[in-house]
Design a protein around this ligand. Structure first.
Ligand SMILES: Cc1ncc(COP(=O)(O)O)c(C=O)c1O
Length: 367
């Protein structure tokens, strides 16, 4: 056999899953799609579940900790799970344009999927509070970006009203297809572990994702694909914690801009997930978020600050974690989206302005 043929043969035999079709096809029996639903996909889903041994040491009690790294979706966040569904269904229904309010990730995702569907995307964002990477994505994917002097909650009110009055589909998480797509992350966790985790730790903003996970865990449980239902543990930033304090927050503030939301539209659903699962909501400070962000980095995983609220919450609530149980922390967004946060919050050594001579470099390196 020629060398080329040998290499080709070894590639074909490798375990690389080149056939992943995207989550709609993979889980079509569980989703409200049919033969006439156009498949608008970027092959989202199938994201890694990574064992986090240094976090396990920190929690103790022989607890297993996994990170569901949903920042490895095509546009770098879990929103792609919901957006492949929302945009496919909007296309099926004949819509030509979509709109959303966004703290950044929804706009990036909506823009990308709308582009693939040859639809127009309008996105409303709060002026000055969207991480640069996310804004860059929305612009490159060709959305029309409208930045408002107001926060996310105001932007959501506006897009809800516009979508009622004009022929334009709302793709925020009030769109039920979003949660349908997002529930597949729960399926993937059970498919990979072979069982449902005992606890799921997840950052909460508008409350859509925690509700979607709860729906997914329940659907697998009801069909006998799992034998336990996880406790849903949702975490918000202390300056932006309407679900924790059961209130509206007029001026939410946190370094984790993705969850800077004061009036969650999915409040009822999120509360139901918490109550039915005997779970909890808790708040974490920005310092706790950044501490967790650095610890996740030490696992070789880079997430955005909002995502690390899941790990910050786990650490804060470690006394409540059952012995020898399994915890999955959801990392909702990729760290590259908010590089300013990364540059300003790390413990790495960064030498600058070095003279480019070997002796100087090696001396600086400590040799
Ligand atoms: C990175 C990230 N994590 C968490 C959330 C919160 O998700 P939800 O609004 O569904 O609670 C968001 C929402 O924008 C997000 O972008």
């Amino acid at each position: 056999m020629s060398l080329i043929k040998k290499i080709k043969a070894s590639i074909n035999k490798s375990s690389r899953n080149k056939d992943w079709p995207g989550l709609i096809k993979a889980y079509s029996n569980w989703l409200p799609v049919n033969q006439s639903t156009p498949l608008i996909t970027l092959k989202e889903g199938n994201t890694p579940l990574i064992r986090a041994t240094s976090l396990e040491k920190l929690i103790g009690k022989e607890v297993k900790v996994f990170l569901k790294y949903d920042g490895l979706n095509p546009t770098g966040s879990f929103k792609d799970r919901g957006m492949t569904m929302a945009i496919s269904k909007a296309k099926e229904e004949g819509s030509e344009a979509v709109i959303c309010a966004s703290t950044g990730n929804t706009s990036a995702s909506a823009a990308a999927y709308a582009q693939r569907a040859k639809m127009k995307a309008f996105v409303l964002i709060p002026d000055g509070y969207v991480a640069k990477g996310k804004l860059a994505q929305a612009l490159v994917y060709g959305a029309e970006v409208l930045s408002i002097k107001g926060n996310f909650d105001k932007a959501l009110e506006i897009v809800q009203e516009i979508s009622e009055k004009y022929p334009i589909t709302l793709v925020n998480s009030v769109n039920p297809y979003r949660l349908q797509g997002q529930k597949t992350a729960a399926f993937e966790i059970i498919d990979e572990l072979g069982y449902a985790p005992d606890q799921l730790c997840i950052p909460v903003g508008n409350g859509g994702n925690i509700s979607a996970y709860w729906m997914g865990f329940n659907e697998y449980y009801e069909k006998g694909f799992s034998t336990v239902l996880p406790r849903m543990m949702g975490f918000q930033a202390v300056g932006s914690a309407p679900l924790v304090f059961n209130t509206k927050v007029e001026n939410p503030e946190t370094i984790a801009t993705a969850i800077r939301i004061g009036n969650p539209v999915n409040r009822l659903k999120a509360n139901k997930a918490k109550t039915e699962s005997h779970g909890l909501f808790d708040s974490v400070t920005d310092d706790e978020i950044i501490n967790a962000y650095k610890l996740i980095g030490k696992e070789g995983v880079f997430c955005e600050p909002a995502s690390s609220a899941s790990v910050a919450g786990l650490i804060k609530n470690k006394e409540k974690i059952k012995e020898q149980s399994t915890v999955v922390c959801v990392l909702t967004g990729n760290g590259l989206k908010d590089s300013d946060c990364a540059i300003n919050n790390n413990e790495a050594t960064f030498h600058t302005n070095l003279e480019p001579q070997i002796e100087n470099i090696t001396k600086t390196m400590g040799f």
